[in-house]
Design a protein around this ligand. Structure first.
Ligand SMILES: O=C(O)c1cc(=O)[nH]c(=O)n1[C@@H]1O[C@H](COP(=O)(O)O)[C@@H](O)[C@H]1O
Length: 324
């Protein structure tokens, strides 16, 4: 799937993933009104509104971006109808030719991670049959539990030709509380043995990045690994270091737009080949019509506003890369 993702990035000239993070306050009234008239002000009504909202956005952007990233929390808040809207969204996006990154941020003890991996990327066995559950193409993974919490995801990705983005340095303001902690480098992961004398103080995110690089080398697509990393656009200097630590891993870069990241912050996340990073924007795209810049579209034309915001983002990134 990493090969398909790269092909689509080249075709569209857009190293962009549109985050499908629907909140009801973003859904225009003409959509909520219709959904509530049909299903009431209920969880079912909310699920329907979210699905209709997503569908219009996808119809307006599917030909100009390679991928989408539905964030499952935004759907889970509506319980089972929300999860049904998540699944409908995943299926529709795939039908439209988009690569789907399930932003699920899972990770647990081995046996539990295996169930998450099976449910989101693989097939579950029921008697003599097997079924895909959510069937995304990629999933985001939280590595805090260590390698036995990550390996079940890697195993399913290998079998299914899918991929991961593992959290290395997140975009949020408190990400440094744990991730930037200096630790002895011999606090080795995956059995690496460094003697006490050689131990250097290193930030934890670098140690995680090094392990992601090792997993990457063992699990290659044609030119990049199908094991990717997440590094926030809000920490460009750390992105520059992590780019070097993980040369063969694709980096998913959230934090553009609503969290303050700009094109110029992104250049060091890319390799010299112009590849290696894919930048996410969620609110900045899906709620573009609520921004002053795109307000002239009006709520009725929110999908067109999203398309315009994607085209502006593509230009912002291209300009930044061309001037480096
Ligand atoms: O894994 C992620 O996608 C992620 C990691 C991270 O470090 N920061 C981060 O913002 N995200 C996700 O990226 C999206 C960012 O949304 P916007 O700030 O609206 O563009 C949300 O879905 C977050 O959950």
């Amino acid at each position: 799937m990493i090969n398909q993702l790269i092909t689509k990035i080249k075709e569209t000239g857009a190293p962009i993933v549109v985050g499908l993070d629907p909140m009801l306050k973003f859904v225009p009234e003409h959509i909520t009104k219709r959904a509530y008239a049909e299903l009431g002000e209920t969880l079912e009504g909310a699920g329907e509104a979210v699905w209709q909202y997503n569908k219009t956005i996808v119809d307006n952007i599917y030909d100009v971006v390679p991928a989408v990233k539905p964030q499952i929390a935004m759907y889970e808040q509506f319980g089972i109808p929300g999860l049904a809207a998540f699944k409908k969204t995943v299926d529709y996006c795939k039908q439209k030719g988009l690569v789907v990154i399930g932003d699920i941020k899972r990770g647990d003890i081995g046996s539990t991670s295996e169930a998450y991996a099976v449910g989101h990327l693989g097939k579950v066995t029921v008697g003599s049959k097997s079924y895909y559950g959510f069937d995304e193409d990629f999933a985001t993974v939280n590595p805090y539990l260590g390698s036995d919490g990550v390996k079940p995801f890697i195993k399913v990705c290998k079998e299914e030709k899918k991929g991961l983005f593992i959290l290395v340095k997140t975009s949020n303001p408190s990400s440094g509380e744990f991730q930037d902690r200096l630790v002895k480098a011999q606090a080795a992961v995956d059995g690496q043995d460094v003697s006490q004398g050689d131990a250097l103080d290193r930030p934890l995110y670098e140690i995680v990045g090094e392990q992601v690089a090792r997993w990457g080398e063992e699990h290659m697509g044609d030119s990049y690994s199908y094991i990717g990393a997440v590094v926030g656009a809000t920490y460009p200097e750390m992105g520059k270091i992590l780019r070097k630590i993980m040369p063969k891993n694709y980096i998913l870069v959230p934090g553009y737009g609503a969290q303050g990241g700009k094109g110029k912050d992104l250049v060091h996340f890319f390799n010299e080949d112009g590849l290696g990073a894919i930048v996410n924007s969620s609110r900045g795209i899906i709620a573009a019509y609520q921004q002053e810049k795109y307000a002239f579209f009006g709520p009725e034309h929110f999908g067109e506003a999203s398309r315009e915001a994607v085209l502006d983002m593509r230009k912002d990134i291209a300009d930044a890369l061309n001037s480096r």
